[in-house]
Design a protein around this ligand. Structure first.
Ligand code: 26V
Length: 819
């Protein structure tokens, strides 16, 4: 017999049989002792079988045509759950629903058995997950590379209104979606010293290093509408080789396992500091371990093609998701000159033609820098290479543009501070052939500000824009079945799921009474679903007829959740002054917050506590009743977002202009028929362009005005807005608890402490909120706007983003298996 893996049959009976077989032989269960978790696992394993076959086929297909491979390097993949997504991708959801009924379960309940794979902080990690989905769906040869953290993003509990972190032990359950690949492993070195030797072409060797074995785990990425399957290859340390037999034999058991523990710790936890560079040694080691294994794997696969090094960049593209994998540039250069006997220039040519770099933030505190002494200790050879890269770069600059010392020190990869620091973004720019921002306004800003000197050196064409996008498979089709049915009916088939511009056909039905009613009903049903979720998670009863006003994202001063809650207090004050009749006449609102704060971010944590204190007072005020409710949903994560996003009437994206690189949830909310209230920032700008300026509620100062307003706050402050003053007075009266506790929030929202211009934008924010209320009272106009916006979001699918990357940066064509 010949071993050939086969596409597993698709009919219900065959599926049921394979579920029984997994239950019996993989999990040792029979129908009488199968619980929900077992049923989920048994079913998931049959899907896993189907994905594996397709993964193999996809791989052989691309190898057979020598397709260029995109290696999307990201320290984070915020995948969420896979089960429902995979059933939809395979087109087998109905069959699986029937199978779970036969087993005595409701498919929806089994879906809730799955733990999120939360290997990311927020926007950047979720974007990476959307991108691998789109690469697979669009038939590109793209893989994600990342780390297999044992503990993902911490779980957030709210205790007495405060955030409390708990570890995310997501690996406690079996994970049907990963394939351990012990045969794919590489050695990664740390520490040691550099010796001058004639034995290598570069004249250097790296000696006395500590070595770890790093092993691959593959996570297939199910793709909708194609047989191509993508892959995320995650690295983990192998500890078994590190067992110290000598110590073991001497009875020193803790000593015998010491190295194993040290290795294991490398991939223990995801750093939870979104937008904050902590500069920790363990983080640098994580980055290098990830980078080294990935580059070795890329080289290994390249060598299998038998092609000469000169063709490397025709077969390999490496995209750096922010600076976190930037050491890859030094690692590839090191391998080429130290191990592959290549000249510096030939190697550097290969490196710069292969790498490209995406920037995701301009916040200064997020920009990665590593102290030179730390890097010298952990990665002595890389530090030497980085100094050489810098030397040749500065020499080139000196020759091509006559420049002053000042200019050279400003663009130097090495910052002359004490100690010196390696500026990772600068290394990424110098080592890449393209640099991109993630929305037009952001790409313009980085060229004009943090990277402006590099535009002078390399010319403007090296800097491009690729506006972010989101996958419509998860963020419409999966999370909003009601809306999906309406789109499918309008388009005539499901082709919109991977051809999202087709959703524009919805616009033709904007005057169709029956359609409008169903559009509204879908939203109401999603709001009811969220109301149930709120009841279950917070114990608060909310009325789903109220306007749902949602702000969910990481808690950060620049995102201005503080302005939102100050606005809520203003609303509360206003309502309190009214007669009961007047109050009942107001638009009823449920204001919903969710999001995690970095554990050491004092102000962000205080904002969470403050929101909960305000919520306590408002929700228990008999005068207010259902007219206003405030909710903080704990533990925001991908699977919570799938319930929250489809239920918004309004969502808020209100960062200080120029600070939010793009935002991606803004796109998801509008696709799901929600309107947005936002500043002229990030992708809000392009959303407004697509749906029409008058369709979304925009307010606030513009990015180019921010510096001047900051300056004025410091030196020539205007008198405080009366409404904001009244809000402060309410806080100071003590109704929300000890005013001293919240005083830091008062101090950072006006005057010289108001770095994010809360006090400057507050008045226009309240006006925009009034406009929201006015429109909501006019239900027919609201529905019209909602349909028009929803239908005009074609640009924001990540399929379009990926096609932009493919055409403008990677230079690749799609190719389908069995095409
Ligand atoms: C930085 C660091 C520093 C080291 C510790 C861990 C860590 C984690 C994340 C970051 C940078 C995060 C940058 C980021 O997430 N940017 C977001 O990227 C989204 C996708 O492009 C974009 O939509 C958001 O506007 C942007 O804030």
């Amino acid at each position: 017999a010949k071993f050939v893996s086969q596409e597993v049959p698709r009919d219900e009976v065959s599926i049921l049989n394979s579920v029984f077989s997994h239950l019996a032989y993989t999990f040792h269960k029979n129908p009488s002792n199968t619980e929900a978790m077992d049923a989920y696992n048994g079913i998931a394993f049959t899907i896993r079988d189907r994905l594996l076959k397709r993964l193999e086929d996809t791989d052989s297909h691309f190898i057979s045509i020598n397709a260029k491979r995109i290696n999307y390097m990201s320290m984070e993949f915020l995948i969420g759950r896979t089960f429902d997504n995979a059933m939809l991708a395979l087109g087998l959801r109905k069959e699986y629903s029937a199978v779970s009924n036969t087993l005595g379960f409701n498919l929806e309940d089994l879906i809730d058995e799955e733990r999120d794979a939360a290997l990311g902080n927020g926007g950047l990690g979720r974007l990476a997950a959307c991108f691998v989905d789109s690469m697979a769906c669009c038939n590109y040869n793209g893989w994600g590379y990342g780390l297999r953290y044992r503990y993902g993003m911490f779980q957030q509990q709210i205790i007495n209104g405060y955030q409390v972190e708990a570890p995310d032990c997501w690996m406690d359950n079996p994970n049907p979606w990963e394939f351990p690949r012990p045969e794919i492993s590489y050695k990664v070195k740390f520490y040691g010293n550099i010796a001058k030797t004639p034995s290598t072409s570069s004249g250097y060797t790296w000696e006395n290093a500590v070595e770890y074995d790093v092993m691959a785990f593959d996570t297939p990425v199910p793709a909708f509408g194609t047989k191509n399957v993508g892959n995320i290859r995650l690295w983990s340390c192998k500890t078994n080789d590190l067992f110290d037999l000598n110590r073991f034999n001497a009875g020193d058991y803790p000593g015998a396992t010491g190295n194993m523990v040290a290795a294991d710790i490398l991939t223990y936890v995801l750093y939870p500091n979104d937008n904050q560079n902590a500069g920790k040694e363990l983080r640098l080691k994580q980055e290098y371990m990830f980078v080294s294994a990935t580059i070795q794997d890329i080289i290994h696969r390249f060598k299998l093609t038998g092609k000469p090094w000169s063709e490397f960049h025709e077969l390999v593209a490496i995209q750096l998701n922010d600076t976190h994998p930037t050491l890859g540039i030094a690692e590839l250069q090191r391998i080429l000159v130290d191990e592959e006997a290549m000249s510096w220039d030939a190697a550097w040519d290969i490196v710069t033609k292969s790498f490209a770099f995406t920037n995701h933030t301009i916040l200064p505190e997020a920009l990665e820098k590593w102290p030179v002494p730390m890097m010298g200790k952990i990665l002595p050879r890389h530090l030497g290479i980085i100094f050489d890269i810098n030397l040749f770069f500065l020499q080139h600059v000196e020759k091509s543009i006559p420049s002053e010392r000042e200019f050279l020190s400003r663009i130097s990869i090495i910052e002359e501070s004490s100690p010196q620091q390696v500026r990772m973004a600068y290394l990424a720019i110098v080592g890449s052939h393209r640099v991109n921002g993630v929305a037009q306004i952001h790409s313009d800003i980085i060229k004009a500000t943090i990277f402006s000197e590099f535009v002078k050196v390399f010319g403007s064409d090296k800097f491009v824009n690729v506006t972010n996008g989101v996958t419509t498979r998860r963020w419409v089709n999966q999370c909003n079945p009601g809306l999906s049915a309406l789109i499918t009916e309008t388009v005539g088939d499901e082709s919109w799921v991977d051809d999202y511009p087709k959703a524009h056909l919805l616009e033709s039905r904007v005057n169709d009474e029956d359609f409008r009613k169903r559009w509204w009903d879908v939203k109401q049903a999603n709001k009811l679903r969220l109301a149930t979720y709120i009841k279950d998670t917070c114990g608060i009863t909310v009325n789903h007829d109220a306007l749902f006003d949602i702000q969910v994202k990481r808690i950060h001063e620049y995102k201005r959740q503080l302005m939102n809650i100050l606005g809520v207090i203003h609303r509360y004050n206003t309502l309190k002054k009214m007669t009961p009749e007047q109050r009942q006449d107001q638009v009823h609102r449920v204001i919903i917050f969710a999001g995690k704060s970095a554990s050491g971010y004092y102000i962000a944590k205080l904002i969470i506590k403050f929101i909960n204190s305000v919520a306590d007072v408002v929700n228990n005020d008999k005068d207010i009743g259902d007219v206003l409710k405030v909710v903080f949903i704990p533990d925001y994560c991908v699977s919570a977002a799938e319930v929250i996003v489809p239920a918004s009437d309004i969502s808020q994206h209100i960062s200080t202009a120029g600070t939010e690189a793009s935002g991606t949830s803004n796109m998801k909310f509008v696709m799901n028929g929600g309107l947005i209230l936002g500043t002229v920032d990030g992708a809000n700008v392009e959303i407004a362009e697509e749906v029409g300026d008058d369709q979304i509620f925009m307010f606030g100062v513009l990015a180019h005005e921010v510096d001047e307003f900051r300056f004025n706050l410091r030196y020539h402050p205007d008198p405080l807005d009366a409404n904001l003053q009244a809000v402060y007075d309410t806080i100071k009266s003590g109704v929300f608890g000890n005013p001293d506790e919240f005083n830091p929030l008062v101090e950072c929202s006006h005057g010289p402490g108001d770095n994010y211009l809360v006090s400057v934008d507050f008045a226009s924010y309240l006006m925009a909120q009034d406009a929201v209320d006015a429109l909501y009272k006019d239900r027919e106009s609201w529905i019209t706007k909602s349909i028009l916006c929803g239908s005009r979001m074609g640009k924001f699918t990540s399929d379009r983003s990926i096609t932009d990357y493919a055409e403008n940066i990677w230079n690749i064509e799609p190719s389908a298996v069995d095409a």
